[in-house]
Design a protein around this ligand. Structure first.
Ligand code: ZN
Length: 96
């Protein structure tokens, strides 16, 4: 038998976002009050390489758009006639 659990999160469940450096795995957690301030680079590596490079502003724009949309949809929750949840990957359990 295969049991598949669906894991759904409401936007109001999002209490912070986590940036993780792909080089050293250092994590930087930011709560919604700080979402407008994107981290420039890894606080541990402190390399010159910028997480949001000036030559490619699309990453910056998409990140700000996503974070802003989460905040704004949360604020509009009472006016909405539906709830929006994100389905995320979850473990599949096999037994028997
Ligand atoms: Zn790093």
């Amino acid at each position: 038998m295969t049991v598949e659990n669906k894991m759904l999160i409401e936007l109001s469940d999002v209490i912070a976002v986590e940036y993780m450096c792909k080089k050293c795995d250092t994590r930087l957690v930011m709560t919604p009050e700080r979402w407008g301030h994107l981290p420039s680079n890894c606080p541990h590596c402190n390399e010159i390489e910028n997480w949001f490079p000036r030559q490619d502003t699309s990453i910056r724009e998409m990140t700000l758009t996503l974070l802003s949309a989460i905040s704004r949809l949360n604020e509009a929750k009472e006016r909405m006639t539906f709830s929006l949840r994100l389905e995320v990957k979850s473990a599949t359990t096999k037994s028997g």
